[in-house]
Ligand binder design. Structure first.
Ligand code: HEM
Ligand code: HEM
Length: 175
């Protein structure tokens, strides 16, 4: 298949929609853990919103990965092969983390013993409380979320370098 010079419309929509939702989800996760357990249900409400949004992101990722496998691969930027491999590797790592972060969150929630609700609808998941697994998965969720944020920062820095220093019209490829 020939390599198109830019991303197709669906890929562009998914990229920007998920970028916005992921950053909001990250901030929400970080903020909500500081809400007091005061018996008003506020903490549970925000936790449920975070879980629901996380499941939406997981579904969007499934669509994105499926589509990425079906569509022709976009032409690499004209740069040294080593840098092309580095960019590809970084994009693969972003996909891997976009999968790992919500999976750890979901499994951790299953082992917390609380029911997982999707915008109010209780999901038919086995609600087995297992404290050791919950603790381990919470740590995995925490550290993979930080790794995702670090890699996204590098991604945006690489974008800015190509766009503003090398003056390649990178944004047109993802617009
Ligand atoms: C302001 C924030 C962002 C900017 C300016 C940006 C910009 C871009 C651009 C221009 C490309 C195309 C690269 C190319 O032409 O080869 C791209 C690709 C990509 N971006 Fe972003 N991005 C942003 C945020 C994010 C976030 C939050 C994620 C999620 C983790 C993300 C994940 C990806 C992935 C996985 C690709 C590769 C797509 C593929 O080839 O399958 N980006 N980004
Ligand atoms: C890509 C999507 C997601 C991102 C970026 C994200 C991000 C975060 C962040 C940054 C925290 C704070 C971590 C800490 O301070 O330890 C957090 C906490 C949490 N997240 Fe997520 N999350 C995502 C998806 C999910 C999903 C799908 C679930 C469950 C269905 C979930 C459940 C939780 C829970 C229960 C906490 C509280 C801390 C814990 O018990 O582990 N998250 N999340």
């Amino acid at each position: 298949m020939p390599h198109p010079p830019r991303y197709d419309r669906l890929s562009v929509w998914l990229h920007w929609l998920m970028a916005a939702l992921l950053l909001a989800q990250w901030a929400l996760g970080w903020w909500m853990t500081g809400i007091a357990k005061d018996g008003t249900g506020a903490r549970a409400w925000w936790f449920n919103l975070h879980k629901s949004l996380g499941l939406v992101l997981l579904a969007l990722l499934a669509l994105r990965l499926g589509w990425a496998l079906l569509r022709p691969r976009v032409a690499a930027l004209p740069q040294r092969p080593a840098l092309q491999r580095l960019a590809r590797g970084a994009h693969h790592a972003l996909y891997a983390l976009m999968l790992l972060v919500p999976l750890a969150g979901l499994l951790g929630s299953v082992f917390s013993g609380y029911p997982v609700r999707f915008f109010g609808l209780r999901l038919p998941l086995p609600g087995a409380r297992w404290d050791a697994a919950k603790e381990w998965l919470s740590a995995a969720h925490h550290w993979s979320a930080w790794a995702l944020l670090a890699l996204v920062s590098l991604h945006v820095a690489a974008f800015a370098h190509h766009q503003f220093v090398l003056r390649e019209r990178l944004l047109q490829r993802m617009a």
